[in-house]
Design a protein around this ligand. Structure first.
Ligand SMILES: [Fe+2]
Ligand SMILES: [Fe+2]
Length: 191
């Protein structure tokens, strides 16, 4: 029986997920209202993909040797989507968007939904929020977190294609640069 609803996914993300996950999902959905305002896409399928896209990174689901985006796809395909009322086309769209979301994946996206998920996820790595996420992730080593902020920023720079995402990315890159300058200044050479 098809019993799982969007509200169940929200509950599962809260109960089975990690502390960072539900707020990350909510930010991506909110960002998408902005960057996808001019686009036509399947909001229901997209929302499901956003909820599920990082489940493969949760400690309870991750598997060593399997990249988190692919692991998220596997969980969605075997455990979650069969319990939801979706067309075969929606299932394909959700699974592909999940698998292709990570910025380290060089493959082109195959749908508007996949593009929106990627670029919303990219944006959440930038700006003050992106920096806060990196330091919250740990380890308790400022230099390691600082280096990860820089490396993600460099990997994401120039990757945005949606006009509104490009505008938001420019603002976030500028804010991040300012914050890093302040961080370096206040570390007094002892970062
Ligand atoms: Fe991810
Ligand atoms: Fe994510």
């Amino acid at each position: 029986m098809k019993t799982l609803t969007l509200s169940d996914l929200e509950t599962l993300t809260r109960t089975d997920g990690e502390d960072w996950s539900l707020s990350h999902v909510r930010r991506l959905l909110r960002l998408t209202e902005d960057i996808g305002a001019e686009l036509t896409y399947d909001l229901h399928a997209y929302t499901i993909a956003v909820y599920l896209h990082d489940w493969g990174a949760f400690a309870r689901y991750q598997k060593s040797g399997i990249e988190h985006a692919l692991r998220s796809r596997q969980i969605a395909e075997t455990d979650i989507l069969p319990q939801m009322d979706l067309t075969p086309a929606q299932v394909t769209l959700i699974l592909d968007a999940i698998e292709l979301h990570d910025y380290r994946d060089p493959r082109p996206v195959t749908s508007t939904e996949a593009l929106l998920l990627r670029e919303a996820d990219f944006l959440d790595f930038l700006g003050v929020i992106g920096m806060a996420r990196e330091f919250a992730r740990g380890p308790k080593d400022l230099v390691a977190c600082y280096r990860r902020v820089i490396s993600r920023r460099e990997a994401l720079r120039g990757r945005f294609t949606l006009p509104r995402a490009q505008t938001l990315a420019a603002v976030r890159l500028e804010r991040l640069a300012q914050c890093l300058t302040w961080l370096e200044e206040e570390s007094l050479g002892y970062l």
